[in-house]
Design a protein around this ligand. Structure first.
Ligand code: NAD
Length: 507
């Protein structure tokens, strides 16, 4: 049991990170913890004018930061990683308070920030281009990469800090200032991150201009300022497909660059040769972990008809016995839903599934917290076919289970939804595995074998296709989106040969 009120724990945690807040800000925006449904703080929301001013400050900062050498920019990110290590426990607790995650998952999210910072520090010495063969004698052709400009980062409630850092750590070493609009449901974690970042800036010294990293507290209207501002070179927006449908076209309208990280409808396939014990554990974490509120949560499961009676009863047992409760007070594996709207959406989806002949196991509200908090038993739904709510993302712990008999058919069913984020196959059959990973296999940005759909590492590029938005951030060569590429051709000869043999001789 907590020995102090949640609001006091919140204030203490924020203070430990270097940020301050209050319970009672006049005209403030209330921050509600899903753990108890109580208001734990209130923060002053910013206006559209504040957002515009932040973008202007960032644009000025860019003029200085782009000229600081890459490895020196990396030094700031290295210092930030040190500060994150020192504040890992506090930031992790802030994530638990605001998003309802277990301490282990909260700490894991901060660890992801540390990991991407370490990656970015190395990257700061590797922002290199190519030397390319040229058809013209006495010429050299090459590619150079330059800082892009201000990066606007919009993030979702369910990962209150890691996606910011996936973007910010790369943007900063690439020479770009960042302006962050976190979810209006989780502003405190953002303010805490900003305070930790400022500690790194203080140690770094004068090379870091004012406005290098800023946070905008408020609702979608502030995100719209970033979206529409011609001074924001790149928008990286994480959230629902609904939000992406608004942001994407608006950024395109002004020819801005956009990384969209949107919703998924992730599936697993369990084949006859699968290691069933391993599959069971991977599915349980993928579908019930973080109370089904990960973009990569497993939402659909296709089980081969020959093993359906082995794995589905075992899953039902796991679902019935999983512990649900306040993860700061108990060892519960499943925490709360973010709010009442999420609970309603879950119940609506289960109602639709029932009407289509689905057999629902679980899904009811659990009386393990106050009336104002929304704890539910995760739901396993045996569906006769892939229809209705199975075709869309409901951001709650619902796993729809279906059978299959033919491998080609299941590949088709797997891909027959709008989301294209993450996917898994459980098999020890080499042919099935390779087909799943092949051009006619999973059409998702993430395709895994014998592990679940969630829990990606920072080393790979993260993102998905179709209604997930097509963006990539984090590892691999995702850094290129944060820089502009120039192709340079240098003539060191005494002639002027034209490409493609074109002749244009003047007297
Ligand atoms: P949301 O779309 O409601 O909000 C996300 C962010 O977008 C918030 O900061 C919000 O203020 C902002 N926003 C909303 N409308 C906007 C507009 N018109 N212009 C500019 N900004 C706007 O999403 P949510 O409920 O916070 O998060 C859950 C969703 O996010 C799920 O669909 C989940 O799959 C998705 N998600 C995706 C990823 C990914 O990497 N693909 C990661 C986490 C969450």
């Amino acid at each position: 049991m907590l020995t102090e009120p949640l609001s006091a724990l919140t204030a203490r945690t924020l203070q430990a990170c270097g940020a301050t807040t209050s319970l009672d800000v006049a005209g403030g925006m209330e921050v509600v913890s899903p753990l108890t449904g109580e208001t734990v703080a209130s923060v002053t929301p910013q206006s559209a004018a504040d957002a515009e001013a932040a973008v202007s400050r960032a644009a000025v900062a860019f003029r200085h930061w782009r000229m600081v050498p890459g490895p020196r920019r990396g030094e700031l990110v290295r210092l930030f990683a040190e500060e994150l290590r020192a504040s890992k426990e506090d930031l992790g607790r802030m994530v638990s308070i605001e998003a309802g995650k277990s301490p282990s998952e909260g700490a894991g999210e901060v660890q992801e920030m540390i990991d991407i910072c370490d990656f970015a520090v190395g990257l700061s010495r590797q922002l290199y281009g190519l030397t390319i063969a040229t058809e013209r004698p006495g010429h050299r052709m090459m590619e150079t990469w330059h800082p892009l400009g201000v990066v606007g980062i919009i993030t979702a409630f369910n990962f209150p800090c890691a996606p910011w850092c996936w973007n910010a750590a790369l943007a900063l070493v690439c020479g770009d200032p960042v302006v962050w609009k976190p979810s209006e449901k989780t502003p405190l974690t953002a303010l805490a991150c900003q305070a930790v970042f400022e500690r790194a800036v203080e140690r770094f010294g004068d090379d870091a201009p004012e406005g290098l990293s800023q946070v905008l507290v408020g609702g979608p209207a502030l995100g719209e300022v970033l979206t529409d501002s011609p001074s924001v070179a790149l928008i990286s927006a994480t959230g629902s497909t609904r939000m992406g449908r608004i942001v994407g076209p608006r950024v395109a309208e002004r020819f801005g660059r956009c990384i969209l990280e949107l919703g998924g409808n992730n599936a697993g396939i369990v084949c006859p040769s699968a290691d069933l014990d391993m599959a069971l554990r991977a599915i349980a974490f993928g579908a019930m972990g973080t109370a089904g509120q990960r973009c990569t949560t497993m939402r659909r499961l296709f089980v081969h008809e020959n093993i359906y009676d082995q794995i589905v009863p075992a899953l039902q047992k796991a679902y019935a016995s999983v512990s649900v409760g306040n993860p700061l007070e108990t060892q519960a594996l499943v925490g709360p839903l973010i709010d009442g709207a999420a609970f309603e959406a879950m119940q609506d989806a289960l109602g639709e599934a029932r009407a289509l002949g689905g057999r629902v196991h679980g899904g009811a509200r659990e009386s393990v917290g106050p009336e104002s908090a929304f704890y539910v038993k995760p739901a396993l739904v045996e569906m006769p076919e892939q229809a209705g709510p199975v075709l869309r993302e409901t951001f709650a712990p619902i796993l729809y289970v279906m059978t299959y008999s033919d491998f080609d058919d299941v590949l088709e069913a797997h891909n027959a939804v709008g989301g294209g984020l993450s996917s898994s196959i459980f098999t020890t059959d080499l042919r099935e595995m390779e087909l799943f990973l092949s051009a006619r296999g999973s059409d998702c940005g993430i395709a895994n074998v014998n592990i679940g759909t969630s829990g990606a590492e920072i080393g790979g590029a993260f993102g998905g296709e179709k209604e997930t938005g097509g963006g990539r951030e984090s590892g691999s060569d995702a850094w290129r989106a944060y820089m502009r590429r120039a192709t340079n051709t240098i003539n060191y000869s005494r002639e002027l040969p034209l490409a493609q043999g074109v002749v244009f001789d003047i007297d």
